[in-house]
Design a protein around this ligand. Structure first.
Ligand SMILES: [Mg+2]
Length: 307
């Protein structure tokens, strides 16, 4: 029993059930809303976060929770009824106080959870790839993470979990958890590169041309980190906007790649650090790789004008 096994197991259990919730909504095809920053949010985002936050609060009432969504006027009586219907059909405890739970962040604590109830909402809306991510840090140090990806591959849902110094494991479909590691590919021309479907910048493909990368996997969500971790891909390049780079988007994926033996850094090669809900970066993007390719990638990135 390692030190943070309880947190890791809880995160795994919660992302698993959260994928049942989001899939219930995806298959029923409910409407979406636009947030103030014009990014989309769906009923499934709220239903997933409500479930995760309620359970985290019950188990660790003294921990802080950094969650993406908050209560707003979209969540009227009808929306609440639909969420209750979903919970009832999945035999989950019903929620009464939607506003209090959605807005719950807990007391200030060095123990902090990050919750992304749906990452890749655009992918979710288009029946493409999306993910659910939970991260756990103590004093801003990454300790545990879980990512659930419905429809990850031909086996269906994949659950990725990582704990500091304990490696990364995955369960594909309903199979047992197995350890995974990054590839040992050293030739960048033969590498598979993940990049974003809806939030890419032109410099990412400029990089790919300079590096002569020839295979691409373009998709939404933090599932791209999982693809580097399990060797489906060898590298992942992601633009980041320092004003909109949140811990819930990056913490789980970074630990999952690191513990699978890979490296994640910003575009200048510096570690990405966390300060409550923000990621601290020294350049506007990140590189996740199998480690072997990392220096070469950073070398090519030096020639790129990111803006
Ligand atoms: Mg989200």
């Amino acid at each position: 029993m390692t030190h943070n096994k309880i947190e890791l197991n809880l995160a795994a259990e919660l992302v698993k059930t959260a994928t049942d919730i989001t899939e219930w909504f995806r298959l029923k095809g409910f409407e979406s809303f636009q947030k103030e920053d014009e990014s989309p949010v769906t009923l499934a985002d709220y239903a997933s976060q409500l479930f995760i936050v309620k359970k985290l609060r019950e188990k660790f009432p003294n921990d802080q929770i950094i969650a993406e969504e908050s209560y707003n006027s979209h969540i009227d009586i009808n929306v609440q009824k639909i969420i209750k219907r979903c919970y009832r059909s999945l035999e989950l405890d019903l929620i009464e106080d939607f506003e209090r739970i959605l807005n719950y962040r807990g007391p200030y604590s060095p123990r902090q959870w990050t919750v992304d109830p749906i990452d890749g909402t655009k992918g979710f809306q288009k029946n493409l790839t999306y993910a659910i991510g939970i991260g756990f840090m103590i004093n801003s140090e990454l300790i545990a993470a879980a990512i659930g990806v419905p429809n990850y591959n031909e086996k269906g849902r994949a659950l990725f979990i990582a704990e500091k110094n304990q490696g990364t494991r995955v369960s594909y479909g309903e199979e047992d958890f197995i350890p995974i590691s990054v590839t040992d590919k050293k030739n960048i021309k033969k590498a598979n590169m993940c990049h974003s479907l809806h939030y890419d910048e032109p410099w990412v493909m400029e990089f790919a041309e300079i590096a002569e990368v020839s295979n691409y996997i373009q998709m939404d969500s933090m599932a791209k980190f999982c693809m580097v971790a399990d060797g489906t891909a060898d590298l992942y390049i992601k633009p980041m906007d320092e004003n909109r780079s949140f811990s819930w988007d990056f913490l789980p994926g970074i630990l999952i790649v690191n513990e699978a033996g890979g490296i994640v850094s910003d575009l200048k090669g510096n570690n990405i650090k966390f300060n409550n809900e923000k990621c601290i970066i020294t350049a506007p993007g990140l590189v996740a790789s199998n480690g072997f390719l990392h220096e070469e990638i950073l070398k090519y990135l030096k020639d790129i004008d990111f803006y």
